[in-house]
Structures are given as C-alpha cells and as structure tokens.
Write a protein that binds this ligand. Structure first.
Ligand SMILES: [Fe+2]
Ligand SMILES: [Fe+2]
Length: 121
C-alpha cells in the first residue's frame, strides 16, 4: 500500500486495517481475526469521528454514515464468520479492501486535508 496520507496516525491505521483485511482470506485463518478487524476498525472510526467533532468538520454526518455502513458489514461478519468457507472469505476480503480503498482515497482524503489545515494534528 502506497503512502496516502500526511496525517501520520491516519495513514498508519489504514495500513493496519488493510493488513487485517488481507488476513481474512488466508487459508488457515484464526477466527479471532474477525474480532481484531472489528475492534481495530471501531478504534479507527472513533478517532476520526472525534477529530471531526472537535474540528467541527462540515461533512461529518456523511462521513460518519459511511463508517456506520462499514460497521454493519463487520458486525455481520463477526456474527457469521464461523459458517464461512474459503471462497466466501476471499470475496469478503476483496469487497472490504475495495470499500476501504475508495473510502481512504475519497472521504478520508477530504478529512485529511481539513485536519492538515487546522491546528490539531
Ligand atoms: Fe473515515
Ligand atoms: Fe479512515
């Protein structure tokens, strides 16, 4: 994954999210990876949302709604992962990776610029 952000914590956390998403499709995956991904995504989304609140970011409702959609996907996976076979894990991993890539390059990029222009980093 190329460096996509100048806000260091945000970039580091995105890379960790991509790593966890990739682990989902590994053959002898430990099922705890779904819990780790869910927890880490929550930690990351909360932090972005705290920044948005603190900085009174104008697009925060739309951005939070996008996080909520991702939260719902992850919650379902956490509930149902024990029934998944390898094919399904592969396609879910791909789906999450595409979703996150779009979010990072679009929605998060706008927030990143806003954070860079503010005094809080
Ligand atoms: Fe975000
Ligand atoms: Fe993000």
């Amino acid at each position: 994954m190329q460096k996509t952000s100048d806000v260091i914590w945000q970039d580091t956390q995105h890379q960790q999210l991509f790593r966890l998403i990739d682990q989902i499709k590994e053959c002898n995956v430990d099922s705890s990876v779904f819990k780790k991904l869910n927890d880490y995504a929550e930690y990351h989304f909360m932090l972005e949302e705290q920044y948005m609140e603190t900085l009174e970011y104008p697009d925060r409702d739309t951005h939070k709604a996008a996080h909520d959609k991702f939260r719902r996907e992850l919650a379902t996976m956490l509930e149902e992962h024990e029934t998944y076979d390898e094919d399904l894990r592969q396609s879910l991993s791909l789906f999450l990776r595409e979703w996150l890539k779009r979010h990072v390059l679009g929605t998060d990029k706008k927030l990143e610029r806003f954070i860079m222009e503010s005094s809080v980093k």
